[in-house]
Design a protein around this ligand. Structure first.
Ligand SMILES: C[S@@+](CC[C@H](N)C(=O)[O-])C[C@H]1O[C@@H](n2cnc3c(N)ncnc32)[C@H](O)[C@@H]1O
Length: 358
């Protein structure tokens, strides 16, 4: 017979119960953030600049809201999520005051590093169907990713046929890439020293390369990505060169190759093929491959960051069939691809820099 523990019997049991309750409701957090973005709530708070009453928020939203009780409940939950905060010193006394927190800007489409495109995308049915089908990973003998089993094609060919979704994905990735590239420039001062050229393989629409080119104007910067992504790039000003191609076939020659958030999309066998192509593209002496990727279980890493990395691993398993890797796994992968040296530099952000030298 199963036993039932009284809520006040054992604090540890209560914590365990609460933890699982919270986890089972995880989708509510994402759904509420999506709703807040759709209402334009974070942008409204930020545009105002200071604390706002509920009535002020309601009338300032892009589509003004007349249902104050529902809006109040949404605000209460957003306070709980630390997306905004309740200001204690309510001057009017009858209407609570809300203000932005450091988290609010990440949900404002006007902020460079915003997460809105990726969040909206992650909440679309075709992604939810894929992630909710994770169990398919263990069914049957096929080693295809869940996405391919559910949708009948790879995510890359899906994006090739769906320009609007591809655009939203590229925009979301670009916001992240810009911030990560800035962290690379900031955290690894010597990385690009002495190099004359660099090619960003799977570089998307070039956000990372433009950031690096700004910091090191002497570098000849190239972006390689699949033709349909490169065709959508509009950039006549930065001096970055854009090449449509296939990283499994040919990587343009350069002193260094960057792979930012690319190898997590692929299993070990494919990663070795990509890394070998990158190795062919760089000089045997002084050349390097700069892998900018998450490293699981980094000592001293923030708990929230680790949580995001492990969740990312599940998302990769579902969507691309790729994976996130530990330090040991990265070192083995790099060595299996024929590189003699591998060093890992942690950054003040989610990914680290893994430098592979021939
Ligand atoms: C997760 S995104 C990373 C984009 C960018 N590096 C960043 O950090 O935002 C992976 C990129 O790899 C590109 N890609 C996929 N297959 C490719 C291939 N065979 N050759 C070149 N690029 C490819 C995708 O189009 C996509 O832009």
């Amino acid at each position: 017979m199963s036993s039932v523990v009284a809520p006040n019997a054992d604090p540890e049991e209560l914590r365990a119960r609460a933890n699982v309750w919270r986890l089972t409701l995880g989708v509510v957090d994402s759904a509420v953030l999506k709703w807040a973005i759709e209402l334009g709530l974070p942008s409204t708070l930020l545009k105002h600049g200071g604390p706002m009453t509920l009535t002020q928020i309601a009338s300032s939203l892009p589509t003004p809201c007349t249902n104050l009780p529902i809006l109040a409940r949404l605000m209460r939950y957003l306070v709980h999520l630390n997306i905004c905060r309740l200001v204690e010193s309510d001057v009017s006394g009858d209407d609570e005051l809300y203000a932005a927190t450091p988290c609010t800007k990440y949900l404002d489409p006007g902020y460079q590093e915003n997460q809105t495109d990726l969040l909206q995308l992650r909440m679309e049915k075709w992604i939810l169907d894929t992630v909710c089908g994770l169990g398919l990973s263990l069914k049957g003998n096929e080693t295809k990713p869940v996405f391919d089993k559910v949708h009948g094609e790879s995510v890359w060919s899906f994006f090739g046929r769906q320009p609007e979704r591809s655009k939203a994905f590229n925009a979301g990735m670009a916001n992240q890439a810009r911030a990560v590239a800035a962290a690379v420039v900031d955290g690894c001062r010597d990385l690009f020293m002495g190099l004359k050229s660099v090619v960003d393989v799977g570089g998307g629409t070039g956000a990372a390369m433009r950031e690096i080119s700004k910091a090191y104007p002497h570098l000849a910067c190239t972006v390689l990505d699949v033709p349909h992504v490169i065709e959508g790039v509009k950039d006549n000003v930065s001096g970055v060169r854009y090449v449509g191609g296939d990283m499994f076939s040919c990587v343009p020659k350069a002193d260094a190759v960057q792979l930012m958030s690319v190898l997590c999309d692929w299993g070990d066998e494919d990663c070795i093929k990509i890394l070998k192509k990158c190795k062919e593209a760089i000089p045997a002496k002084g050349g390097k491959v700069i892998i900018v990727s998450k490293v699981l279980g980094l000592e001293g890493s923030m708990e929230d960051l680790e949580r995001v990395k492990y969740a990312g691993d599940m998302v990769m398993m579902a969507i691309t069939g790729g994976k996130e890797r530990t330090k040991k796994e990265w070192k083995k992968l790099v060595s299996d691809a024929g590189f003699n040296q591998c060093s890992i530099i942690p950054l003040a952000t989610l990914p680290s820099v893994i430098v592979a030298s021939p």
